[in-house]
Design a protein around this ligand. Structure first.
Ligand SMILES: [Zn+2]
Ligand SMILES: [Zn+2]
Length: 357
């Protein structure tokens, strides 16, 4: 036997190239998977734009990007249970299983983990091998596009869990991208936070409007009075913007929190972000970092998506524009579009999905 995989690798910022890999056989416990649909995450835009520490870029490229998605089983190794033809959600994290974090139910913090499009190749290829224990079959009633959003939803679920939100809390989410949207939705759904006590703060009206029926919104470029109204009053905030806005959004989080309040940090950016430590000290604030998610969050995400109402709300963050990836140029076009700094996604809401024919 033997299969030839076409891999669409980012070789340097803004440049993809085709690589071919021969897959000789399928190891025990592994599946041969064919990506079907995947979302472009902001963390990958940072690689695409070269906005990562130079050592990281040098060490990690060439690399296949894309870590949020769905694949089809096209081959099975010995000892696996899934059938050929099954569509699965990929958990892009493969933890080491041996370290302190792994042994303490914190696999998302495993420092030896392989994570697609960060420390391992992602879904931008026609075929790949993956351990069966890191995928989940898609339950009936969930379409492939929505299932492709399971990873970002799992991230929101992990962060929400970390925050220990009470239903009486005033909650503010900073960042109007897909993660900000999902955190707002989860706070409403699981936290039972009423719209009057749940705020999504961002800068693009069209993105903010997606939460209109379950949260209040603040455009921080314009709604100064509303921002002022929640200043020093917020019990729990989430920073889900990162990138170039990081300095501003962390400052915003410090300002809106009440004394003793807490902030969950999810956004990422390159290098250092200055913070007013004295304000954090004087207000007794808690800042907690939160990254990736655990298998339990994927299971919970798929469980939630079985509800038609929840699924329909999640669908709001599927971008209208879709890309079919036949060659490296198609992928470059998709990434240019999905760039929230200079691409259409600056103003257009939603996760940009790419399809592998
Ligand atoms: Zn992601
Ligand atoms: Zn580990």
């Amino acid at each position: 036997m033997g299969f030839i995989a076409k891999e669409f690798c980012l070789v340097e910022p803004f440049k993809f190239a085709l690589r071919e890999r021969v897959i000789e056989d399928i190891p025990k416990g592994f599946l041969l998977l064919k990506p079907v649909v995947a979302g472009i995450c902001g963390s990958e835009i940072l690689y695409f734009r070269g906005e990562k520490e130079p050592e990281k870029l040098k060490k990690r490229l060439p690399m296949c990007l894309l870590h949020e998605g769905v694949a089809e089983v096209v081959g099975v190794g010995e000892g696996t249970k899934l059938d050929v033809g099954t569509k699965v959600v990929i958990n892009p994290l493969t933890p080491c299983g041996e370290c302190y974090s792994c042994k303490s139910q914190m696999e998302n913090l495993c420092q030896n983990a392989r994570y697609m499009a960060a420390t391992a190749d992602g879904l931008a290829r026609t075929l790949f091998l993956y351990p069966e224990e890191r995928v989940l079959p898609i339950p009936e009633g969930i379409d492939l596009e929505t299932a492709a959003l399971t990873e970002p939803l799992s991230i929101a679920l992990n962060a929400f869990e970390e925050a220990n939100v009470k239903s009486s809390d005033l909650v503010a989410i900073i960042g109007d991208g897909p993660i900000g949207f999902l955190l707002t939705l989860v706070s409403s759904y699981l936290g039972n936070i009423p719209p009057t006590k749940l705020y999504l703060i961002g800068i693009v009206d069209e993105k903010l409007s997606l939460v209109r029926d379950f949260a209040s919104t603040i455009n921080s470029l314009r709604d100064y009075r509303m921002l002022d109204e929640i200043r020093e009053k917020v019990d729990v905030s989430f920073e889900a913007a990162g990138g170039r806005a990081h300095k501003t959004t962390v400052k915003q989080a410090i300002d809106i929190l009440r004394p003793g309040g807490k902030c969950i940090l999810l956004g990422i950016s390159m290098g250092e972000v200055p913070v007013e430590v004295t304000k954090i000290v004087n207000k007794g604030l808690t800042f907690k970092g939160c990254t990736r998610s655990r298998m339990s969050h994927y299971i919970k995400a798929l469980e939630l998506l079985k509800s038609t109402d929840f699924q329909n709300k999640v669908k709001r963050i599927i971008s209208e524009k879709k890309f079919v990836i036949k060659d490296v140029n198609d992928l470059a076009e998709a990434f240019k579009y999905a760039d929230t700094e200079t691409g259409e996604s600056r103003v257009k809401p939603g996760r940009v999905l790419v399809y592998f024919p």
